[in-house]
Design a protein around this ligand. Structure first.
Ligand code: MRU
Length: 361
């Protein structure tokens, strides 16, 4: 059985409530854009690709239930609702890129004479949104294949070795339409018989590693071990780690990468220990309009995520907290960025990705 974070059929959207995992698997119905905004903001669904897909599908189901007789009103509504969805969480760029693409498409359809009326325009927008689901899964599989090859070819003993790979946060089926990005690379290595073991961090304070990645690894019977975030240095010292692979919420044009808080320190430790460090992400996580990581807005989350676990207080009352949800790993700590089109050193990102992006948009 495959894990599905997002269940969609025409006019009906449900998301697996990730706040309740791993104890309970409960699907929540999303019937309109406001629900979409809330499940993203509350992190019932999370992970950069899943945020964009659920946001856009919430628009699809809302549009499906409405009748439009005016193309201009439909265009205005789509643009307004997409802008609103972009405000749910600021760091991941995928929702913003999806919104820009859909807005451009809406404008194109508005002035296209072959679009008979507002209902025709609506149906075409819904079809484009639905195509995102399928594309995300096929992109993830390509990322998995490219990533596995990149990691194997970088290993000194080549393809005869089984790899020990560390990952951080959750980048699997639960963070995407299916398969996953960094966890997809681990899945592909496992499928090739080239994975000795996956290590996952707990990923404090929200515990995406312990609650979600561990759940996916156990579910798929992938040999795996969880470590505390603070054990990564000791892990690299005492065991051979062949590579680290993480996801991304936003990759700037120079390759600086925003990802779950704690990613940066793992990259520093990897550099010190000579362990290759990979970022696995689709083109929709690459923001060529942002020149470098200093320009990425980092979301800050409530202190209660640090002071409480599962509703239980674990920190002393009255302590001040700083809770950034993400950090930025400088490009020079990254060995390669693995996309659905191949693996690129950060320095080549802009020149290689810009033509690919203009081809796919
Ligand atoms: O706060 P989250 O759980 O949404 O953060 C998720 C991450 O940082 C992931 O690594 C990233 O979004 C990539 S998911 C394929």
């Amino acid at each position: 059985m495959t894990l599905r974070a997002i269940k969609y059929e025409s006019g009906k959207l449900e998301i697996l409530d990730q706040l309740l995992l791993p104890r309970e698997s409960v699907y929540v119905r999303v019937t309109r854009v406001k629900d979409g905004w809330e499940v993203i903001h509350n992190m019932q669904v999370r992970g950069a690709p899943a945020i964009a897909i659920v946001g856009c599908l919430s628009l699809a189901v809302e549009l499906q239930g409405m009748a439009y007789d005016d193309k201009s009103r439909l265009r205005q509504e789509i643009e307004g609702k997409l802008n609103y969805l972009c405000s749910a969480r600021p760091t991941a760029v995928n929702m913003k890129i999806a919104a820009e693409e859909l807005t451009a498409e809406t404008n194109g359809l508005f002035s296209d004479d072959t679009v008979s009326d507002a209902e025709d325009m609506k149906a075409r927008i819904i079809r484009s949104i639905e195509a995102m689901l399928e594309k995300d899964i096929s992109d993830n599989r390509a990322i998995g294949d490219h990533g596995a090859q990149a990691m194997l070819s970088h290993t000194k003993s080549g393809s005869t070795t089984k790899l020990r790979v560390l990952t951080h946060c959750n980048t699997g089926s639960l963070a995407t339409a299916g398969y996953g990005t960094a966890l997809g690379v681990i899945r592909s290595l496992f499928a090739l018989g080239k994975l000795e073991k996956a290590y996952c961090t707990e990923t404090r304070p929200y515990n995406q590693g312990a609650r979600l990645t561990a759940y996916e690894l156990v579910h798929e019977k992938i040999p795996s071990t969880m470590v505390c975030d603070s054990a990564v240095c000791a892990l690299m010292r005492s065991k051979t780690i062949n590579g680290v692979v993480v996801g991304a919420d936003r990759i700037a044009a120079n390759g600086d990468t925003a990802n779950k808080i704690g990613t940066y320190q793992i990259a520093v430790l990897a550099k010190y220990h000579g362990v290759p460090f990979y970022v696995a992400a689709p083109l929709t996580s690459i923001d060529l309009d942002t020149p470098n990581g200093d320009r990425i807005v980092i979301e800050e989350r409530p202190a209660t995520e640090m002071t409480h676990i599962g509703g239980q207080q674990i920190a002393a009352s009255g302590i001040n907290c700083w809770n950034p949800a993400f950090d930025v790993t400088p490009a020079d700590l990254i060995t390669a960025i693995i996309t659905e089109h191949g693996a690129f050193p950060p320095a080549e990102l802009s020149s290689k990705i810009a033509p690919l992006k203009s081809k796919t948009s």
